[in-house]
Design a protein around this ligand. Structure first.
Ligand code: PLP
Length: 449
Protein backbone atom coordinates (compact mmCIF):
# COMPACT_ATOMS: atom_id res chain seq x y z
CA UNK A 1 0.00 0.00 0.00
CA UNK A 2 2.84 2.32 0.98
CA UNK A 3 4.72 1.43 -2.19
CA UNK A 4 1.61 2.16 -4.23
CA UNK A 5 1.23 5.60 -2.66
CA UNK A 6 4.87 6.42 -3.34
CA UNK A 7 4.53 5.44 -6.99
CA UNK A 8 1.39 7.52 -7.26
CA UNK A 9 3.14 10.47 -5.61
CA UNK A 10 6.08 10.27 -7.99
CA UNK A 11 3.77 9.99 -10.99
CA UNK A 12 1.70 13.00 -10.05
CA UNK A 13 4.84 15.00 -9.38
CA UNK A 14 5.94 14.61 -13.01
CA UNK A 15 2.59 14.77 -14.79
CA UNK A 16 3.02 17.02 -17.85
CA UNK A 17 0.89 20.13 -18.15
CA UNK A 18 -2.15 19.51 -20.36
CA UNK A 19 -2.10 21.30 -23.71
CA UNK A 20 -5.00 23.47 -22.61
CA UNK A 21 -3.59 24.17 -19.14
CA UNK A 22 -2.91 27.80 -18.23
CA UNK A 23 0.81 26.93 -18.04
CA UNK A 24 1.00 25.83 -21.67
CA UNK A 25 -1.46 28.40 -22.99
CA UNK A 26 0.23 31.29 -21.21
CA UNK A 27 3.79 30.59 -22.22
CA UNK A 28 4.08 33.89 -24.03
CA UNK A 29 2.68 35.88 -21.16
CA UNK A 30 5.06 34.11 -18.74
CA UNK A 31 7.99 35.10 -20.96
CA UNK A 32 6.68 38.68 -21.22
CA UNK A 33 6.39 38.93 -17.41
CA UNK A 34 9.91 37.60 -17.03
CA UNK A 35 11.18 40.07 -19.58
CA UNK A 36 9.47 43.01 -17.90
CA UNK A 37 9.86 42.21 -14.20
CA UNK A 38 12.96 40.07 -13.66
CA UNK A 39 16.35 41.65 -13.25
CA UNK A 40 18.34 41.01 -16.38
CA UNK A 41 20.99 38.85 -14.68
CA UNK A 42 20.79 35.97 -17.16
CA UNK A 43 20.70 35.55 -20.94
CA UNK A 44 17.93 32.97 -20.69
CA UNK A 45 16.74 30.74 -23.51
CA UNK A 46 13.12 31.54 -24.41
CA UNK A 47 12.03 28.16 -23.06
CA UNK A 48 9.90 27.22 -20.09
CA UNK A 49 10.75 23.88 -18.54
CA UNK A 50 7.81 22.44 -16.70
CA UNK A 51 8.97 19.11 -15.27
CA UNK A 52 11.46 16.30 -15.50
CA UNK A 53 11.78 12.58 -14.98
CA UNK A 54 15.09 10.83 -14.47
CA UNK A 55 17.61 12.16 -17.01
CA UNK A 56 14.97 13.93 -19.11
CA UNK A 57 13.23 17.31 -18.83
CA UNK A 58 10.17 18.57 -20.70
CA UNK A 59 9.29 22.05 -21.87
CA UNK A 60 5.87 23.71 -21.88
CA UNK A 61 5.22 22.42 -25.40
CA UNK A 62 5.88 18.85 -24.25
CA UNK A 63 9.28 18.58 -25.99
CA UNK A 64 11.64 16.12 -24.29
CA UNK A 65 15.32 16.88 -23.66
CA UNK A 66 18.16 14.63 -22.53
CA UNK A 67 19.55 16.54 -19.56
CA UNK A 68 23.37 16.47 -19.56
CA UNK A 69 23.56 19.75 -17.65
CA UNK A 70 21.69 18.59 -14.53
CA UNK A 71 20.77 22.11 -13.38
CA UNK A 72 24.55 22.86 -13.43
CA UNK A 73 25.53 19.92 -11.21
CA UNK A 74 22.52 20.15 -8.89
CA UNK A 75 20.21 17.41 -10.18
CA UNK A 76 22.52 14.53 -9.44
CA UNK A 77 19.55 12.18 -9.11
CA UNK A 78 17.88 13.59 -12.20
CA UNK A 79 14.30 14.63 -11.70
CA UNK A 80 11.48 13.27 -9.53
CA UNK A 81 13.46 10.44 -7.94
CA UNK A 82 10.69 8.55 -6.08
CA UNK A 83 12.62 8.41 -2.77
CA UNK A 84 13.32 12.17 -2.90
CA UNK A 85 9.69 12.94 -3.76
CA UNK A 86 8.57 10.75 -0.89
CA UNK A 87 10.83 12.41 1.70
CA UNK A 88 9.86 15.91 0.59
CA UNK A 89 6.16 15.05 0.77
CA UNK A 90 6.51 13.43 4.18
CA UNK A 91 8.74 16.02 5.82
CA UNK A 92 7.07 19.10 4.33
CA UNK A 93 3.88 17.93 6.01
CA UNK A 94 5.77 17.72 9.33
CA UNK A 95 8.10 20.76 9.51
CA UNK A 96 9.63 22.87 6.73
CA UNK A 97 11.49 25.25 9.03
CA UNK A 98 12.50 25.20 12.68
CA UNK A 99 14.85 27.79 14.08
CA UNK A 100 18.53 27.00 14.56
CA UNK A 101 17.96 27.91 18.22
CA UNK A 102 16.68 24.31 18.50
CA UNK A 103 17.72 20.92 17.18
CA UNK A 104 15.88 19.23 14.36
CA UNK A 105 15.89 15.50 13.64
CA UNK A 106 18.19 15.61 10.61
CA UNK A 107 21.07 18.11 11.04
CA UNK A 108 23.07 15.91 13.43
CA UNK A 109 22.73 12.66 11.44
CA UNK A 110 23.46 14.51 8.17
CA UNK A 111 26.56 16.13 9.68
CA UNK A 112 27.73 12.70 10.89
CA UNK A 113 27.35 11.22 7.40
CA UNK A 114 29.15 14.16 5.74
CA UNK A 115 31.99 13.82 8.26
CA UNK A 116 32.26 10.11 7.42
CA UNK A 117 32.32 10.80 3.67
CA UNK A 118 34.80 13.67 3.84
CA UNK A 119 37.16 12.82 6.71
CA UNK A 120 36.33 16.22 8.25
CA UNK A 121 35.08 16.64 11.83
CA UNK A 122 32.46 19.40 11.98
CA UNK A 123 29.75 20.87 9.76
CA UNK A 124 27.96 24.20 9.37
CA UNK A 125 24.92 24.27 7.08
CA UNK A 126 24.31 27.21 4.73
CA UNK A 127 21.81 27.84 1.94
CA UNK A 128 24.06 28.08 -1.08
CA UNK A 129 27.57 27.64 -2.35
CA UNK A 130 28.45 31.32 -2.10
CA UNK A 131 27.23 31.41 1.49
CA UNK A 132 29.47 28.44 2.30
CA UNK A 133 32.40 30.33 0.73
CA UNK A 134 31.58 33.43 2.81
CA UNK A 135 31.70 31.33 5.98
CA UNK A 136 34.93 29.63 4.92
CA UNK A 137 36.58 33.03 4.33
CA UNK A 138 35.48 34.16 7.79
CA UNK A 139 36.99 30.96 9.23
CA UNK A 140 40.27 31.82 7.47
CA UNK A 141 40.39 35.23 9.14
CA UNK A 142 39.35 33.77 12.49
CA UNK A 143 42.01 31.09 12.30
CA UNK A 144 44.68 33.64 11.41
CA UNK A 145 43.87 36.00 14.30
CA UNK A 146 45.95 35.64 17.48
CA UNK A 147 45.84 37.30 20.90
CA UNK A 148 48.61 39.65 19.68
CA UNK A 149 46.13 41.20 17.18
CA UNK A 150 44.16 44.09 18.61
CA UNK A 151 40.40 43.42 18.43
CA UNK A 152 38.78 45.37 15.60
CA UNK A 153 42.00 46.08 13.74
CA UNK A 154 43.39 43.97 10.88
CA UNK A 155 45.15 40.80 11.97
CA UNK A 156 48.77 40.38 10.87
CA UNK A 157 47.76 37.17 9.16
CA UNK A 158 44.94 38.28 6.88
CA UNK A 159 45.79 37.50 3.24
CA UNK A 160 43.87 35.07 1.06
CA UNK A 161 45.41 33.28 -1.88
CA UNK A 162 43.05 32.15 -4.64
CA UNK A 163 43.69 30.87 -8.16
CA UNK A 164 43.51 32.57 -11.52
CA UNK A 165 40.49 31.41 -13.53
CA UNK A 166 38.60 30.61 -10.31
CA UNK A 167 34.87 30.89 -9.65
CA UNK A 168 33.51 30.88 -6.09
CA UNK A 169 30.14 32.65 -6.37
CA UNK A 170 28.46 36.04 -6.56
CA UNK A 171 28.30 37.37 -3.02
CA UNK A 172 30.80 40.06 -2.07
CA UNK A 173 33.42 37.85 -0.39
CA UNK A 174 32.99 35.08 -2.95
CA UNK A 175 33.39 37.46 -5.88
CA UNK A 176 36.48 38.92 -4.20
CA UNK A 177 38.21 35.52 -4.50
CA UNK A 178 36.82 34.92 -8.00
CA UNK A 179 39.46 35.79 -10.57
CA UNK A 180 37.35 36.34 -13.69
CA UNK A 181 37.45 40.07 -14.31
CA UNK A 182 33.98 40.44 -15.79
CA UNK A 183 32.53 39.16 -12.51
CA UNK A 184 34.72 41.28 -10.21
CA UNK A 185 35.69 44.55 -11.80
CA UNK A 186 32.22 46.17 -11.81
CA UNK A 187 32.16 45.86 -8.00
CA UNK A 188 35.59 47.22 -7.13
CA UNK A 189 36.93 47.88 -4.59
CA UNK A 190 36.44 44.31 -3.41
CA UNK A 191 37.37 42.69 -0.08
CA UNK A 192 41.01 43.50 0.64
CA UNK A 193 43.86 41.03 1.04
CA UNK A 194 43.23 38.73 -1.94
CA UNK A 195 45.98 37.71 -4.34
CA UNK A 196 45.68 35.33 -7.29
CA UNK A 197 48.16 32.56 -8.03
CA UNK A 198 48.69 31.21 -11.55
CA UNK A 199 46.83 27.93 -12.04
CA UNK A 200 48.93 24.87 -11.13
CA UNK A 201 52.05 27.06 -10.97
CA UNK A 202 53.98 25.93 -7.89
CA UNK A 203 56.72 28.54 -8.29
CA UNK A 204 54.14 31.34 -8.32
CA UNK A 205 52.43 29.78 -5.28
CA UNK A 206 55.71 29.63 -3.36
CA UNK A 207 56.55 33.22 -4.22
CA UNK A 208 53.21 34.49 -2.86
CA UNK A 209 52.85 32.29 0.24
CA UNK A 210 54.24 33.62 3.51
CA UNK A 211 53.08 33.77 7.12
CA UNK A 212 50.72 36.68 6.44
CA UNK A 213 48.46 34.28 4.51
CA UNK A 214 45.50 33.05 6.57
CA UNK A 215 44.04 30.76 3.89
CA UNK A 216 44.49 29.45 0.39
CA UNK A 217 41.23 28.65 -1.36
CA UNK A 218 40.67 26.86 -4.62
CA UNK A 219 38.37 24.52 -6.53
CA UNK A 220 39.82 21.00 -6.61
CA UNK A 221 38.55 20.95 -10.20
CA UNK A 222 37.75 24.35 -11.66
CA UNK A 223 34.19 24.14 -12.97
CA UNK A 224 33.06 27.47 -14.44
CA UNK A 225 36.65 27.99 -15.58
CA UNK A 226 36.37 25.09 -18.01
CA UNK A 227 36.94 21.83 -16.02
CA UNK A 228 40.58 22.14 -14.99
CA UNK A 229 41.78 19.78 -12.20
CA UNK A 230 44.54 21.05 -9.88
CA UNK A 231 47.63 18.89 -10.22
CA UNK A 232 48.90 16.61 -7.46
CA UNK A 233 52.09 18.65 -7.31
CA UNK A 234 50.13 21.85 -6.79
CA UNK A 235 47.88 20.28 -4.15
CA UNK A 236 50.84 18.86 -2.22
CA UNK A 237 52.67 22.19 -2.33
CA UNK A 238 49.58 24.12 -1.18
CA UNK A 239 49.07 21.62 1.66
CA UNK A 240 52.71 21.84 2.77
CA UNK A 241 52.82 25.66 2.58
CA UNK A 242 49.52 26.04 4.43
CA UNK A 243 50.75 23.77 7.23
CA UNK A 244 54.15 25.47 7.42
CA UNK A 245 52.62 28.96 7.58
CA UNK A 246 49.70 28.13 9.88
CA UNK A 247 47.17 28.87 7.12
CA UNK A 248 44.04 26.97 6.10
CA UNK A 249 43.72 24.96 2.91
CA UNK A 250 40.11 25.46 1.78
CA UNK A 251 38.89 23.12 -0.97
CA UNK A 252 35.87 24.42 -2.88
CA UNK A 253 34.04 21.20 -3.79
CA UNK A 254 30.74 22.91 -4.54
CA UNK A 255 30.75 21.56 -8.10
CA UNK A 256 33.19 18.65 -7.86
CA UNK A 257 32.12 17.18 -4.50
CA UNK A 258 29.54 14.66 -3.30
CA UNK A 259 30.26 11.96 -5.85
CA UNK A 260 30.59 13.92 -9.10
CA UNK A 261 34.09 12.54 -9.84
CA UNK A 262 33.29 8.96 -8.82
CA UNK A 263 34.80 9.61 -5.38
CA UNK A 264 32.96 11.21 -2.49
CA UNK A 265 35.19 14.28 -2.91
CA UNK A 266 37.57 15.16 -5.72
CA UNK A 267 40.44 15.76 -3.23
CA UNK A 268 40.31 12.13 -2.13
CA UNK A 269 42.65 11.19 -4.97
CA UNK A 270 45.38 13.05 -3.06
CA UNK A 271 47.15 11.69 0.00
CA UNK A 272 46.39 14.69 2.25
CA UNK A 273 43.21 16.43 3.37
CA UNK A 274 42.17 20.08 3.33
CA UNK A 275 41.26 21.92 6.55
CA UNK A 276 37.96 23.22 5.22
CA UNK A 277 35.66 21.97 2.44
CA UNK A 278 32.74 23.86 0.92
CA UNK A 279 29.84 21.97 -0.67
CA UNK A 280 26.38 22.80 -2.04
CA UNK A 281 24.87 22.11 -5.51
CA UNK A 282 23.58 18.47 -5.34
CA UNK A 283 23.52 18.20 -1.53
CA UNK A 284 19.75 18.36 -1.07
CA UNK A 285 18.80 16.99 -4.49
CA UNK A 286 17.63 20.40 -5.75
CA UNK A 287 16.52 22.08 -2.52
CA UNK A 288 18.89 24.90 -1.52
CA UNK A 289 21.49 23.65 0.96
CA UNK A 290 25.21 24.15 1.30
CA UNK A 291 27.73 23.34 3.99
CA UNK A 292 31.18 24.08 5.37
CA UNK A 293 33.05 21.01 6.60
CA UNK A 294 36.03 21.61 8.88
CA UNK A 295 38.69 19.94 10.97
CA UNK A 296 38.24 19.99 14.74
CA UNK A 297 41.07 22.53 15.07
CA UNK A 298 39.21 25.00 12.85
CA UNK A 299 35.85 24.40 14.53
CA UNK A 300 37.44 25.11 17.93
CA UNK A 301 37.94 28.73 16.86
CA UNK A 302 34.18 29.21 16.60
CA UNK A 303 31.92 30.15 19.48
CA UNK A 304 28.16 30.83 19.58
CA UNK A 305 27.22 34.08 17.85
CA UNK A 306 30.27 34.31 15.55
CA UNK A 307 28.42 32.90 12.57
CA UNK A 308 24.89 31.82 11.75
CA UNK A 309 22.01 31.70 9.28
CA UNK A 310 18.22 31.67 9.44
CA UNK A 311 17.36 29.08 6.83
CA UNK A 312 20.53 26.93 6.62
CA UNK A 313 20.10 23.36 7.83
CA UNK A 314 16.31 23.37 7.99
CA UNK A 315 14.63 19.99 8.57
CA UNK A 316 13.17 19.59 5.07
CA UNK A 317 16.46 20.30 3.28
CA UNK A 318 18.50 18.15 5.72
CA UNK A 319 16.09 15.20 5.55
CA UNK A 320 16.29 15.36 1.75
CA UNK A 321 20.09 15.60 1.81
CA UNK A 322 20.34 12.58 4.09
CA UNK A 323 18.16 10.62 1.67
CA UNK A 324 20.32 11.83 -1.24
CA UNK A 325 23.49 10.47 0.39
CA UNK A 326 21.74 7.18 1.27
CA UNK A 327 20.53 6.80 -2.33
CA UNK A 328 24.09 7.26 -3.61
CA UNK A 329 25.16 4.38 -1.37
CA UNK A 330 22.11 2.14 -1.89
CA UNK A 331 22.13 2.49 -5.68
CA UNK A 332 25.95 2.18 -5.86
CA UNK A 333 26.06 5.41 -7.83
CA UNK A 334 29.80 6.05 -7.39
CA UNK A 335 30.43 2.92 -9.46
CA UNK A 336 27.94 4.09 -12.06
CA UNK A 337 29.60 7.51 -12.22
CA UNK A 338 33.01 5.94 -12.86
CA UNK A 339 31.69 3.48 -15.46
CA UNK A 340 29.51 5.95 -17.38
CA UNK A 341 32.22 8.62 -17.16
CA UNK A 342 34.74 6.22 -18.73
CA UNK A 343 32.28 5.36 -21.54
CA UNK A 344 31.66 9.04 -22.18
CA UNK A 345 35.36 9.88 -22.36
CA UNK A 346 36.00 6.91 -24.64
CA UNK A 347 33.20 7.99 -26.99
CA UNK A 348 34.36 11.60 -26.93
CA UNK A 349 37.95 10.59 -27.69
CA UNK A 350 36.67 8.71 -30.75
CA UNK A 351 34.82 11.86 -31.84
CA UNK A 352 38.00 13.90 -31.36
CA UNK A 353 39.68 11.83 -34.07
CA UNK A 354 36.86 12.80 -36.47
CA UNK A 355 36.44 16.45 -35.58
CA UNK A 356 39.74 18.35 -35.47
CA UNK A 357 38.17 21.33 -33.69
CA UNK A 358 37.99 19.22 -30.50
CA UNK A 359 41.15 20.34 -28.72
CA UNK A 360 41.06 18.53 -25.42
CA UNK A 361 38.75 16.41 -23.25
CA UNK A 362 39.18 16.98 -19.52
CA UNK A 363 37.59 15.97 -16.26
CA UNK A 364 36.78 13.04 -14.05
CA UNK A 365 33.72 10.89 -13.55
CA UNK A 366 30.67 12.82 -14.74
CA UNK A 367 32.34 16.26 -14.74
CA UNK A 368 33.62 16.62 -18.27
CA UNK A 369 34.83 19.56 -20.36
CA UNK A 370 35.36 19.41 -24.11
CA UNK A 371 37.56 22.29 -25.18
CA UNK A 372 37.03 23.40 -28.76
CA UNK A 373 39.13 25.60 -30.99
CA UNK A 374 35.88 27.23 -32.16
CA UNK A 375 33.11 29.11 -30.38
CA UNK A 376 31.01 26.70 -28.27
CA UNK A 377 27.75 28.71 -28.13
CA UNK A 378 26.35 27.57 -31.53
CA UNK A 379 26.69 23.94 -30.42
CA UNK A 380 24.64 24.62 -27.29
CA UNK A 381 21.90 26.21 -29.44
CA UNK A 382 21.89 23.34 -31.91
CA UNK A 383 21.84 20.83 -29.04
CA UNK A 384 18.65 22.45 -27.72
CA UNK A 385 17.00 22.03 -31.11
CA UNK A 386 17.99 18.37 -31.07
CA UNK A 387 16.60 17.88 -27.54
CA UNK A 388 19.89 17.88 -25.62
CA UNK A 389 20.89 20.10 -22.69
CA UNK A 390 24.57 20.98 -22.31
CA UNK A 391 26.32 24.25 -21.64
CA UNK A 392 29.36 26.17 -22.69
CA UNK A 393 31.71 27.75 -20.22
CA UNK A 394 34.60 30.08 -20.93
CA UNK A 395 33.39 30.49 -24.53
CA UNK A 396 35.17 27.42 -25.87
CA UNK A 397 34.51 24.58 -23.45
CA UNK A 398 31.36 22.47 -23.66
CA UNK A 399 30.52 21.23 -20.18
CA UNK A 400 28.77 17.97 -19.29
CA UNK A 401 27.33 17.41 -15.81
CA UNK A 402 24.80 14.60 -16.28
CA UNK A 403 22.90 13.02 -13.39
CA UNK A 404 24.74 10.28 -11.47
CA UNK A 405 22.11 7.74 -12.48
CA UNK A 406 22.60 8.19 -16.22
CA UNK A 407 22.57 4.74 -17.85
CA UNK A 408 24.51 3.15 -20.68
CA UNK A 409 21.72 3.65 -23.24
CA UNK A 410 21.53 7.36 -22.36
CA UNK A 411 25.30 7.72 -22.77
CA UNK A 412 24.97 6.13 -26.22
CA UNK A 413 22.05 8.43 -27.05
CA UNK A 414 24.13 11.40 -25.96
CA UNK A 415 27.13 10.37 -28.09
CA UNK A 416 24.89 9.88 -31.14
CA UNK A 417 23.34 13.34 -30.68
CA UNK A 418 26.74 14.90 -30.01
CA UNK A 419 28.21 13.44 -33.20
CA UNK A 420 25.27 14.80 -35.24
CA UNK A 421 25.79 18.14 -33.56
CA UNK A 422 29.46 18.29 -34.50
CA UNK A 423 28.70 17.15 -38.04
CA UNK A 424 25.95 19.69 -38.70
CA UNK A 425 26.60 22.84 -36.65
CA UNK A 426 28.11 25.67 -38.68
CA UNK A 427 31.29 26.68 -36.88
CA UNK A 428 32.37 30.20 -36.23
CA UNK A 429 35.88 30.85 -37.50
CA UNK A 430 38.54 29.21 -35.36
CA UNK A 431 39.91 31.58 -32.78
CA UNK A 432 43.67 32.02 -32.79
CA UNK A 433 43.55 32.35 -29.01
CA UNK A 434 40.81 30.05 -27.70
CA UNK A 435 40.95 30.25 -23.94
CA UNK A 436 42.10 33.78 -23.29
CA UNK A 437 41.53 33.83 -19.56
CA UNK A 438 41.63 30.08 -18.97
CA UNK A 439 44.73 28.19 -17.90
CA UNK A 440 46.86 26.73 -20.70
CA UNK A 441 45.56 23.35 -21.85
CA UNK A 442 47.04 20.31 -20.15
CA UNK A 443 48.59 19.27 -23.45
CA UNK A 444 50.28 22.70 -23.64
CA UNK A 445 51.47 22.41 -20.03
CA UNK A 446 52.90 18.95 -20.68
CA UNK A 447 54.61 20.15 -23.88
CA UNK A 448 56.15 23.10 -22.02
CA UNK A 449 57.78 20.79 -19.41
C1 PLP B 1 33.01 25.90 -7.53
C2 PLP B 1 31.87 26.79 -7.19
N1 PLP B 1 31.93 27.51 -6.05
C3 PLP B 1 30.91 28.31 -5.68
C4 PLP B 1 29.77 28.43 -6.44
C5 PLP B 1 28.64 29.32 -6.00
O1 PLP B 1 27.56 28.53 -5.60
P1 PLP B 1 26.09 29.15 -5.53
O2 PLP B 1 25.67 29.48 -6.92
O3 PLP B 1 25.26 28.06 -4.90
O4 PLP B 1 26.16 30.36 -4.66
C6 PLP B 1 29.68 27.71 -7.63
C7 PLP B 1 28.50 27.85 -8.51
O5 PLP B 1 28.52 27.57 -9.67
C8 PLP B 1 30.75 26.87 -8.02
O6 PLP B 1 30.70 26.15 -9.14
Amino acid sequence: MRKLQTKKAAKSAVRPAKKSSPRAANANSILRDADQFLMPTYKRQPLIFTHGRGCYVFDSRGKKYLDFLGGIAVNALGHAHPRIVKVIRRESARAIHLSNLFHNSFQGPLARKLAQWSGMDRVFFSNSGAEAIEGALKLGRLYGRTSADAPGSPARKYRFLALENSFHGRTFGAVSVTATEKYRLPFAPLAPGVEFVRFNDVADLESKFDDTVCAILFETIQGEGGIHPVSEEFWNSARALATKNGALLIADEIQSGLGRTGRHFAYQKFSSKPDVVTIAKPLAAGLPLGAILTSEAVAQKVSPGLHGTTFGGGPLACATALEFLNIIEDEKLLENIRARGAELREGLSALATKFPFIREIRGEGLMIGIELSVDGAPFVQQALLKGLLINCTHDFTLRLLPPYLVNRAQVRQFLRLFEQLFATTPQKAASPEPAKTAPPSHAALAAAR
